[in-house]
Design a protein around this ligand. Structure first.
Ligand SMILES: [Zn+2]
Length: 335
């Protein structure tokens, strides 16, 4: 396949969303405790929509509040899967609930967590983390979580945050101060918007949420002025095609805006969102896009270049990812 020769970059993946029955069976076989029966993680089917995804999350509920040690073998399994798919850089959304609220313990736990991940990367890939902030977060916790994020912004900590959840019920404006403060501390801001909510949600994420990247952004394409703005400002959109179809954000693959985004020279990535929950992989997403929109090797190279340039981590520690960046800048210089 045309995409196989092009290294991939994933910017939108929830750690809890990688759970699959096969992974849980492997964990059990290796002697790791599992918190739900493997069948509980069976993927959401087409047509099930947000309710189906809600049911999936309920079935894996114990993992929502599981500690970071529980997630290590899961993360290790996924890192190996990413490497197999020629992914050289990935940002993953993790729940702050994985770590202690006490700052002293938090620093130590996060350091152990990062050291473990660094070893597992083994120079093959670079994994960075974003703290997930649910839109439903109570007001009284917003300030506390802001201070935790500021604390973890230093020394190989998190590289950004991601605000996710039901859009219209919980406006991004509630997080305006948090986003401003975190941005001032060098953290990247990603906001899921324009997935099920309309174009106005995307405008709000940009204007009062100070978003550097928009998760999904599918419904932004209902507003031509907004599309023009996204083009002009080269706002990065994180497309997750199978998720967009299963959640009903796009009615069919033919109606997915990714082909138009390519034709307009927009800045976007191709991601899985929740590869376990939606039964997809980076490879399957690239194949889908190649099949329906005839993406060429050059189109996929451009996706990799834009994705890497839109990353939240400042440095590229991984030589493979750094080589990709260098090779792309040379191509640009030659053009
Ligand atoms: Zn997401």
């Amino acid at each position: 396949m045309v995409h196989e020769a092009v290294p991939k970059v994933e910017l939108h993946c929830h750690l809890i969303g990688v759970l699959t029955p096969a992974l849980l069976r492997d964990l059990r076989a290796d002697g790791h405790p599992i918190l739900v029966e493997p069948e509980a993680a069976a993927p959401v089917q087409f047509g099930e929509g947000p309710d189906g995804f809600g049911r999936w999350l309920t079935r894996v509920e114990p993992y929502k509040s599981a500690g970071w040690r529980t997630y290590l073998p899961i993360l290790g399994w996924y890192i190996d899967k990413l490497v197999e798919q020629n992914v050289v850089y990935a940002e993953m959304m993790i729940s702050p609930l994985m770590f202690s609220r006490d700052f002293g313990a938090l620093a130590q736990e996060f350091e152990e967590f990062r050291t473990w991940v660094r070893e597992r990367e083994a120079g093959r890939i670079q994994i960075e983390f974003l703290f997930l902030v649910p839109r439903s977060l109570p007001d009284e916790l917003i300030e506390k979580d802001t201070q935790r994020c500021v604390f973890l912004a230093k020394d190989n900590g998190i590289s950004g945050i991601s605000i996710a959840g039901l859009e219209s019920h919980m406006p991004a404006s509630r997080f305006s101060r948090m986003c401003r403060e975190l941005k001032d501390h060098g953290l990247g801001i990603e906001i899921h918007a324009g997935e099920l909510g309309g174009p106005e949600e995307v405008c709000e994420a940009l204007d009062v949420g100070f978003a550097d990247r928009i998760g999904h952004g599918i419904r932004a394409f209902e507003d031509e002025d907004l599309v023009a703005r996204l083009c002009d400002e080269q706002v990065h959109l994180e497309f997750c095609p199978t998720s967009n179809l299963k959640m009903g954000a796009a009615k069919s693959i033919a109606e997915h805006p990714i082909g138009r985004a390519r034709d307009l020279g927009m800045n976007f990535s191709i991601n899985t969102d929740d590869p376990g929950a939606f039964g997809c992989s980076m490879t399957s997403e690239f194949e889908l896009i190649h099949r329906y929109f005839s993406f060429s090797k050059e189109d996929f190279s451009k996706v990799a270049q834009n994705s890497l340039a839109s990353r939240f981590a400042k440095e590229l520690r991984c030589k493979v990812a750094a080589n990709l960046e260098r090779a792309q800048s040379e191509v640009v210089a030659l053009a």
